[in-house]
Ligand binder design. Structure first.
Ligand code: HAM
Length: 490
């Protein structure tokens, strides 16, 4: 049952904007002098078995009896807060994303989280369409929280037009929203690292994209015995469909159905394929080809002349040159769930098979024209922040990241707090990080805090030393202690 707290006030009759206040259940009734209102919290939150705090949202009109309702302090289902310890991990991960992108010569871009809904509506019946967080804004425009970054990238490339010279190598890290069924590593909100190459029609681009992901894995301690890439080409399916006279415009829809092979029973797949008009015989042949796991076998089925085989052979040959052959394997069943892919597709997977795809990407040469842009070839990948953390946990590879502040500066007497501020400013101007103790605290407290923030040095500002323009420095790892003039403090 949700606890309702009542607050009565006759002090004011004005209308004021809503304020959110933090009410501590352990406190005695507190008077918020600036709000002119008494909030009786202790009894109400106790009876609710309340935690240490809750947010209350007072009503706007204080003329009436004011009702304060406790709200759930957890973030909405499937979303996350990033408390400092989570933020440290996120920054660590994102810094690797950024550093790898920099190593490969990419430029960073960003787009709004809110886009027009139309950008994400494609006809092929993708799952992502049903997972869209979309609504009408106050101007009666249909908008959506982006479920992925690729359509926004396409929009920006079209907008830039001839003002940019190709090829573009862009990377982005952005939050994406999908109303997804929650499983391990799958959330309703996630961050995606994307690297995309616009304007290169050759497999060299896909080969280099995979190389950048491999570089990332190696940097964080993941090896080719932990993860691999399943690689195929949508041209395999395209060539099969052509062989059976299936109309080109069904291609995207067929890919989406095939992508569900591991998620729904095979009879369902056959039924859905049948509903597109493909003959039973063609469906059987198609499914047989999709179970092929070697390029040689594929060549037996398709013959050696098609583009699919040529592209894949080139990719495997380039993988050798880039030095990541042991990371990739051919798997015809990989088609991916987004309708815009046209050529090579790939997915990063954990070899133990416990997790969903770690990352995925491919070539999408026809996406820009579908938005009215020029026919520019493109490829790229998306790499989520959730599955990789699950994998790092499993492998015991999560880094230990504590807070790191180089100095803690503390005044030994209240009237030296100004002097301590001067010391902190001097250190900060030299690029040193400083946690300044802002209140009078016992030394024991200061030492505890220094340990918690992993401070390297404790700098004490005492009366006698300060009169001489000096401070006391204690190096916390060695216990070494000395006095130094502020001007000489490095
Ligand atoms: P995607 O396969 O839908 O591709 O997503 C890429 C990656 O984002 C996934 O492999 C996974 O790591 C992560 N991801 C997706 N959905 C979720 C979720 N609900 N929770 C947690 N992580 C998730 C795309 O989005 C393409 N736009 C990628 C791309 C870029 N292709 C070319 N360029």
């Amino acid at each position: 049952m949700r606890a309702i707290q009542f607050v009565t006030t006759r002090l004011s009759s004005c209308l004021r904007p809503i304020r959110f206040e933090f009410v501590s259940s352990s406190s005695s009734p507190r008077l918020f002098s600036n709000t002119r209102r008494l909030i009786c919290t202790a009894a109400a939150t106790k009876s609710n078995g309340g935690r240490s705090g809750s947010i209350v949202a007072p009503l706007v009109n204080e003329k009436e009896e004011e009702e304060v309702e406790k709200i759930d302090v957890n973030p909405p289902k499937g979303t996350r807060d990033f408390a400092p310890e989570d933020m440290r991990l996120r920054n660590w991960l994102f810094n690797h994303f950024k550093e790898v992108s920099r190593l490969f010569g990419y430029e960073e871009v960003d787009y709004p989280v809110l886009e027009t809904e139309a950008l994400f509506i494609r006809k092929a019946g993708e799952e992502i369409r049903d997972q869209l967080y979309c609504f009408e804004d106050r101007g009666k425009r249909r908008v959506a929280l982006r479920p992925e970054l690729t359509p926004s990238l396409a929009r920006l490339v079209i907008q830039k037009g001839k003002s940019v010279s190709l090829p573009l190598k862009w990377f982005a890290i952005g939050q994406c929203w999908r109303y997804e069924r929650m499983t391990r590593g799958r959330r309703r909100e996630h961050y995606q690292w994307n690297m995309d190459i616009i304007g290169v029609p050759h497999v060299t681009a896909e080969a280099e994209l995979i190389s950048s992901i491999v570089t990332f894995f190696k940097r964080i301690g993941i090896t080719s015995s932990d993860v691999g890439f399943k690689v195929s080409s949508r041209k395999v399916l395209q060539e099969m469909l052509r062989k059976y006279g299936v109309p080109e415009n069904l291609f995207g829809r067929v890919c989406i159905i095939i992508d569900k092979i591991e998620k729904i029973p095979i009879d369902e797949i056959k039924k859905e394929l049948g509903s597109t008009g493909i003959s039973e015989d063609a469906i059987e042949q198609l499914l047989q080809v999709l179970s092929v796991k070697s390029l040689d076998d594929l060549e037996d089925v398709l013959g050696g002349a098609g583009e699919a085989i040529a592209d894949l052979k080139q990719l495997f040959s380039l993988a050798e040159k880039f030095g990541y052959s042991e990371w990739i394997q051919f798997d015809a069943s990989v088609v991916r769930g987004l309708s815009y892919y046209t050529g090579i597709v790939f997915e990063g997977f954990d070899r133990k098979g416990n997790l969903r795809a770690i990352c995925g990407g491919g070539r999408y040469d026809r996406l820009l024209p579908t938005y009215g842009g020029d026919d520019i070839p493109a490829c790229g990948f998306g790499f989520g922040d959730a599955v990789i953390v699950e994998l790092l946990k499993e492998k015991n590879l999560l880094p230990e990241l504590g807070q790191e502040v180089e100095n803690i500066v503390c005044a030994l007497e209240k009237d030296l707090q100004g002097a301590a501020a001067t010391v902190a400013t001097a250190l900060r101007s030299k690029g040193q990080t400083v946690d300044l103790v802002l209140e009078s605290k016992p030394l024991k407290w200061v030492f505890k805090r220094a340990a918690r923030i992993n401070a390297r040095r404790l700098i004490l500002v005492g009366k006698t030393e300060w009169e001489d323009g000096s401070v006391s420095v204690k190096v916390l790892s060695s216990g070494e202690q000395f006095q130094v003039k502020l001007s000489d403090l490095e």
